[in-house]
Design a protein around this ligand. Structure first.
Ligand code: COA
Ligand code: MG
Length: 296
């Protein structure tokens, strides 16, 4: 299975936006019950979301359908779970996760609810937003080795973390992430790779800036992220294209493999005046394999 490139948020109380979901082309949808839905509208979202899921049985889904529940330390989370699990979402986004123990707790709730509703055990995956509380970055390394079989990936968020830190901005004067946010972003990437799950980059807030989104997403993929969150359907195409190998990358990877094939038994070769060794060959093979997977 190829990694999920685009996760598109849709406020779970908006019939109009839910109506645009199927045409968006996202690898996964996130039907939201948390902060894009006001407290007064949570009950209606808890009806619209299961209806949306039931109208799209798992075998026939063009996009995976995920649900963002409310944080586990609120009295909303269990009501969310009771409302949506029986309708068989592909996965749940857990916001404001404090660490792997929160994912384990959610996983235990799902063990019980899957059994009750006759869903296959372990079928619902979990993607925590793993940097939204002050303690959470200190626990990122603990996701590796925590035995969380439902864990699909790790993603990070800058807005709630800024609120948790009493910060007035999460940007530096140059418009880039301030140091704290750069740090947790890198740690999320490292933690996800250490745990052998998908590193999912955060959203690009300026949803009218297609060029900026493409440049940011290509850079993100080059660093190792496999996908990112989206907030507007217009962002999906740019994200899907950016998080798959480009034609130039594939062509270069094919040349690297050919250069090694032409020198059997050799650990290092020269190409275009640069030294290539085994890590380059491994990366080239991974790119060709990824390209084939996305093509099929
Ligand atoms: N999913 C589905 N449809 C969406 C959408 C989304 N995330 N965002 C916008 N649309 C629809 C709009 O309803 C609009 O439909 P229309 O043409 O029938 O009127 C169309 O796409 C164009 O929208 P646009 O006018 O460009 O944006 P907007 O001002 O209506 O909405 C946001 C802007 C940011 C409020 C909206 O994109 C949104 O709700 N995003 C998701 C927010 C969210 O879930 N956040 C939680 C994670 S941080
Ligand atoms: Mg948030």
């Amino acid at each position: 299975m190829t990694p999920i490139r685009s996760f598109l948020f849709i406020p779970g109380d908006s019939e109009k936006k839910l109506g645009k979901a199927d045409g968006a082309g996202a690898d996964a949808l996130i039907l939201d019950l948390e902060d894009s839905v006001s407290p007064d509208n949570k009950p209606v979202a808890r009806e619209l979301i299961p209806a949306f899921l039931r109208a799209r049985p798992k075998a026939k889904r063009a996009s995976q359908i995920w649900v963002r529940i409310n944080p586990l330390d609120t009295d909303l989370a269990l009501t969310d779970l009771v409302a949506v699990v029986a309708a068989a979402p592909d996965g749940l986004i857990l916001p404001k996760a404090n660490g792997p123990s929160d994912v384990l707790k959610l996983s235990h709730y799902l063990d019980a609810l899957e059994a009750q509703t006759c869903l296959a055990a372990g079928s619902i995956k979990i993607l925590p937003v793993a940097t939204e509380t002050a303690i959470s970055p200190f626990r990122l390394g603990d996701y590796a080795g925590a035995g969380l079989t439902r864990l699909l990936g790790l993603t990070w968020g800058a807005e709630d973390l800024a609120a948790a830190l009493g910060a007035s901005t999460n940007r530096g004067a140059d418009g880039r992430w301030a140091l704290t946010y750069q740090m947790v972003r890198s740690l999320t990437l490292l933690a996800a790779r250490a745990a052998d799950v998908q590193p999912i980059d955060t959203l690009y807030v300026d949803f009218r800036d297609d060029d900026g989104l493409r440049a940011s997403s290509r850079a993100s993929r080059a660093e190792g992220f496999t996908g990112r969150l989206a907030i507007h359907p217009a962002q999906v195409a740019a994200i899907n294209e950016s998080y798959r190998p480009s034609a130039e990358e594939i062509a270069f990877a094919v040349r690297i493999i050919a250069a090694f094939d032409a020198a059997p038994g050799v650990g290092t070769v020269g190409l275009d005046g640069k030294m290539l060794d085994i890590p380059h060959l491994k990366q080239a093979r991974a790119i060709v394999a990824q390209a084939a997977a996305y093509a099929s």
